[in-house]
Structure formats: structure tokens, C-alpha cells
Ligand binder design. Structure first.
Ligand code: G4P
Length: 293
């Protein structure tokens, strides 16, 4: 079923290799890396090669879209990252929640030692330089715009379209390096691909939406049955045999029928995915640190 849902995902290995080279070439220009993740799928929204690419450079993980994630799960992820020695913060770049903690965390925790050394050597005024990385749609532009307190034009990262890296000044002592390029995780892992598709990170144009919605329902039944009951008020919905039969019942309840009384399951799938992605099912996290270890 998983394979059915992913007809074809375009991965552009050449484009990714170029991005990797650019990151490697620019690492020496920055003091630290800010890696943006989707708080609903912190593991699946990471490029697994990032650890190797970033090496020993200090790194701050931003669990973005925390407004849509289950707060208890987000706290568990942050604790798990911290246990591994990696600083992590929950943010919501759409509303700005959590963003105020960013600069103090960089200065007082992430780069505390480096800044003390600089101070001791009289290097005042040297800006803190940070590289911002993350997969497409994770919120890199939203983060940079929030920090810059301005709305810069978004430049799409598409194969064949080159855009240059850009430094964005933040306040008096910080600069963000906005890296162009695309760094998808490995789609060969079907679980990763599915979770990216649930959140809308992968374009719906290449998906079998009914299969995808069925898979999402199967996931939600496992971890958030109450959210489904509360939203759709369908008796025993969560005891249905498959995600697809759940989808049919949801579509029927919403009156999505075609001639002959059958359910228009594609419309139902679009509605379900849209309701999940817009937070109408509540704050939901699709993976937990204990499951991914
Ligand atoms: P990118 O540069 O990494 O590709 O991502 P970008 O900032 O463009 O964000 C992708 C989408 O995610 C945007 O929505 C953006 O508003 C949304 N987003 C970013 N951060 C957050 C967050 O913390 N919470 C929530 N709920 N959404 C966030 P869009 O619908 O594509 O664009 P728009 O309608 O906001 O203009």
C-alpha cells in the first residue's frame, strides 16, 4: 500500500549533490548551523546526511511548526535531542512564538565558549554567522523573514534555477546565511516518504491521495483515536478494518457521494488531508523519539 501511495517522487540527485557541495564549501564561513525541522515529524524531516555534512560545527535544531505538533511529543523530542548533546528549540515561525528564545540560546548556550574567546581576544563587533538549512517547505524563509522582521521575496529552489546564497543581517551582531538548494531526506524509506506526504511537504500531484489518506487514518487510529472521534462523530470509526473503509465512512458522513450512492473517496481524501494539515484534527505529532531510536 505504501508503494501505491508514492507513484513517483522526483529526487534530483544531481541537484542535491550540488547543494551538498555548497554546504561543505560554506561551512568554514559560519560559526554554527541552524537546522530547521518539522515538529510533527522531526526525524523524517531531516536529511540524514546532515550529521556527516555538518561534522563538529555547533548546531541548533529548530522544531518549527510547533503550533501544529502535539506539545507533549515536542517536549519529548527536545529532551531526546538534548540527551544526545544537541540543542533544540520549539518555534512557530508563522506567529513568531518561541522565536524570542533563539538569539539568547545562540549567544548563551550554543556559542557561549566561542564568544567568550572572542571577547578575551578583544574581537568585539565580529558578527555571529549562522547557516540555515532544512528540507523544502519546512519554514526556512518564514524563519529568516521573522528574524529579519521583514518579508523578503521567496525564491523557489527548483532544478535548473540557480540562485545565490544570501547573507541576511539580524540586529547588530548576527548574520544568517540563507542557503539555496534542495536537501530532501531519503525517499527510499517509505515511512519517511509517507510522513512527508501527510504533512504536505511533498507535492500532492504525485500522490495517490486515497491511499495516502487511508494510511494517515491508520496512523491516527493508533495514536490519536480521540481526535478522529471528536472531529467526525462516527460511532466505532476506529474499529474499522482499514484506513480506506474509514475514509469511506467519513466521506459518507460528509455527504460526498457520487451517483449510485457510492462515496467520492478522492474528495473525501482531499478533505481529510486538508483538515489534518490545517490543524482541524488538533495538534498531532506523527513520530516519537522512542520509536525512531
Ligand atoms: P521553506 O522556505 O523552507 O521552503 O518554507 P516556507 O518558509 O516557505 O514555509 C512553507 C509553508 O509553511 C508556508 O505556508 C509557511 O507559512 C508555513 N509555515 C512556516 N512556518 C510555520 C509554522 O511555524 N507554523 C505553521 N503553521 N506554518 C508554518 P504556505 O501555505 O506554503 O504559505 P503561506 O500561505 O503561509 O504564504
Amino acid at each position: 500500500m505504501a508503494e501505491e501511495a508514492m507513484r513517483q517522487i522526483q529526487w534530483f540527485p544531481g541537484h542535491m549533490a550540488k547543494t551538498r557541495r555548497m554546504i561543505a564549501a560554506n561551512l568554514s564561513l559560519v560559526d554554527a548551523v541552524v537546522e530547521i525541522l518539522d515538529a510533527r515529524i522531526p526525524q523524517s524531516s531531516r536529511n540524514p546526511e546532515m550529521d556527516r555534512m555538518v561534522g563538529t560545527k555547533p548546531r541548533l535544531l529548530l522544531l518549527n511548526k510547533a503550533d501544529m505538533a502535539d506539545p507533549a511529543a515536542t517536549s519529548r523530542w527536545i529532551a531526546a535531542y538534548r540527551q544526545k548533546g544537541c540543542l533544540a528549540l520549539a518555534v512557530d515561525c508563522r506567529s513568531g512564538k518561541g522565536i524570542r528564545q533563539f538569539a539568547p540560546t545562540v549567544r548563551e548556550q550554543l556559542l557561549h565558549e566561542l564568544l567568550e574567546k572572542r571577547h578575551a581576544h578583544g574581537m568585539v563587533g565580529t558578527p555571529i554567522r549562522l547557516m540555515v538549512v532544512g528540507i523544502p517547505n519546512v519554514g526556512k524563509s518564514s524563519f529568516i523573514n521573522r528574524m529579519a522582521q521583514s518579508k523578503r521575496a521567496k525564491v523557489e529552489d527548483r532544478p535548473g534555477v540557480t540562485r545565490n546564497k544570501q547573507w541576511v543581517k539580524i540586529g547588530s551582531d548576527m548574520e544568517l546565511l540563507d542557503m539555496p538548494g534542495v536537501l530532501w531526506p531519503k525517499f527510499e524509506d517509505q515511512t519517511v516518504a509517507q510522513r512527508l506526504a501527510f504533512t504536505g511537504a511533498i507535492s500532492d500531484d504525485i500522490m495517490d491521495l486515497e491511499a495516502l489518506a487511508g494510511l494517515l487514518l491508520e496512523r491516527l487510529v493508533q495514536y490519536y483515536p480521540d481526535a478522529l472521534e471528536a472531529r467526525y462523530h462516527i460511532p466505532d470509526l476506529c474499529t474499522e478494518e482499514s484506513g480506506f473503509t474509514m475514509l469511506e465512512r467519513i466521506g459518507r458522513k460528509r455527504g460526498m457521494l457520487i451517483s449510485g450512492g457510492e462515496v467520492h473517496t478522492e474528495r473525501a481524501a482531499i478533505m481529510l488531508l486538508d483538515e489534518f494539515r490545517s490543524g482541524k484534527l488538533g495538534r498531532i505529532t506523527l513520530e516519537l523519539p522512542e520509536q525512531e531510536a
